[in-house]
Design a protein around this ligand. Structure first.
Ligand SMILES: Cc1cc2nc3c(=O)[nH]c(=O)nc-3n(C[C@H](O)[C@H](O)[C@H](O)COP(=O)(O)O)c2cc1C
Length: 210
């Protein structure tokens, strides 16, 4: 059975555009695929911990050599990775914060990008020492931004460390089928914001109809 993992990264509730749009995406998805299982995780309002020294020591110790204390230090990471790997499809709502992702989402990334679980390191393979372990997945990322012009040729293209970063980090894990939907101009409000949200909604409808 297909599993959709729905993640929100905005600390805002009702006022969050990314959250509103992932919700609409999930509702439309359920209508189109009523037997799919949807799992939700909210790292915006229920942040996951940052990695710390016990986490690092445990993650980089081979499983056969880990102490009970080490297993405990990465227990949450294991749970998040199990949930991540069990999904076939992802829809993730991510605000742009200071040209990249909010720290809560970065903390989630740091928990799920783990050697031996979501990628492997094979130093003897000089051409490709790192290999992603997450394959045959489909990802939809809905961003929300205060401004616009972050796309190719746009006046803020060089400031965009959000979608290039997300493509890199999920690509590193093996996920290459990523579709972005952008809701922009929150800071301008009015028609500019309304137009961008309408475009994002139309894209969601179009993508789900495929
Ligand atoms: C701490 C912070 C940093 C932000 N940095 C940027 C930024 O670099 N570029 C931008 O276009 N908007 C920026 N914004 C605006 C948000 O991206 C915008 O309000 C977006 O709608 C937030 O997502 P949400 O509506 O899902 O909460 C920032 C907002 C906050 C609170």
């Amino acid at each position: 059975m297909t599993r959709l993992l729905h993640i929100d990264a905005s600390p805002r509730g009702e006022r969050s555009h990314s959250r509103k749009l992932t919700k609409e995406f999930v509702e439309a998805w359920k209508q189109a695929h009523p037997t799919d299982i949807v799992i939700s995780r909210d790292v915006g309002r229920n942040p996951v911990p940052h990695v710390d020294e016990p986490w690092i020591a445990a993650a980089f110790t081979p499983p056969s050599k880990r102490t009970q204390h080490m297993w405990t230090a990465i227990q949450m990471s294991d749970q998040l990775i199990d949930e991540f790997l069990a999904a076939d499809i992802y829809v993730i709502g991510i605000p742009m914060y200071n040209f990249s992702v909010p720290s809560g989402f970065k903390a989630y990334i740091d928990q799920i990008v783990r050697v031996g679980r979501t990628f492997v390191f094979e130093p003897e393979d000089k051409d490709a020492p790192y290999k992603g372990l997450v394959h045959s997945k489909k990802m939809f990322i809905i961003t929300a931004r205060g401004a616009s012009g972050y796309g190719s040729g746009g006046s803020f293209e060089a400031y965009n460390h959000q979608d290039p970063y997300l493509k890199t980090v999920f690509g590193f894990l093996g996920i290459s089928d990523i579709t972005f939907i952008h809701a922009e101009n929150d800071e301008f409000g009015g028609e500019r914001l309304a137009e961008s949200i309408a475009e994002a909604r139309a894209k969601i409808t179009e993508l789900i109809a495929i």
